[in-house]
Design a protein around this ligand. Structure first.
Ligand code: ADP
Length: 166
């Protein structure tokens, strides 16, 4: 099942939340900073052991002080600076979902990856997020997974609503 939530991803009560991280995995601004602040310093300590993350890839840690048991860290493409941006962004969703399956995660919340400081146009990013997630769910019909698109502002929420209804 797919749903949308307007608000802060760090307070959601689900098995995993996804972090729109940068390649260092050592924290940053936006949703990354918010997740690290609420999860506590042990999250950063675990992230230091991971050796960073390539664009489109995903790595998992515990959630520490979050309600979520896990954080899945993925690195979205920086808009304009990379080729194959659409497929890199799709890979973020796909690889995060593959990790969820591997770790028996049955509810997962995604932020709008790359649409903040990485400047991916919101409408394009929303279409990629929704189509990638729907394709993945179609390919894993026997696995029960609730997917929440966490939207931090109304503009994002309205965009997801529009394309989920379509
Ligand atoms: P990126 O570097 O991938 O663009 P950002 O963190 O700058 O990542 O932004 C990604 C999206 O996450 C943006 O839509 C931003 O508004 C949103 N965001 C920021 N803080 C939060 C939060 N606490 N919960 C959910 N979404 C958030």
């Amino acid at each position: 099942m797919i749903s949308i939530d307007l608000g802060d991803i760090t307070i959601l009560d689900c098995d995993a939340i996804v972090n729109a991280a940068n390649k260092t995995l050592l924290g940053g601004g936006g949703v990354d900073g918010a997740i690290h602040r609420r999860a506590g310093h042990k999250l950063l300590a675990e992230c230091r052991t991971l050796g960073g993350c390539e664009t489109g890839e995903a790595k998992i840690t515990k959630g520490y002080n979050l309600k979520a048991k896990y954080v899945i860290h993925t690195v979205g493409p920086i808009y304009s600076s990379q080729k194959n941006q659409a497929s890199l962004l799709a890979n973020c969703y796909k690889n995060s979902l593959d990790l969820a399956l591997k770790h028996d995660i049955h509810s997962i919340a995604f932020p709008a990856i790359s649409t903040g400081v990485y400047h991916y146009p919101l409408e394009e990013a929303t279409k990629i997020a929704i189509s990638t997630v729907k394709t993945w769910l179609d390919m894993h019909k026997d696995y029960k997974l609730d997917i929440i698109f966490s939207c931090f502002d109304e503009k994002t929420y309205n965009m997801y609503q529009r394309y989920l209804e379509a």
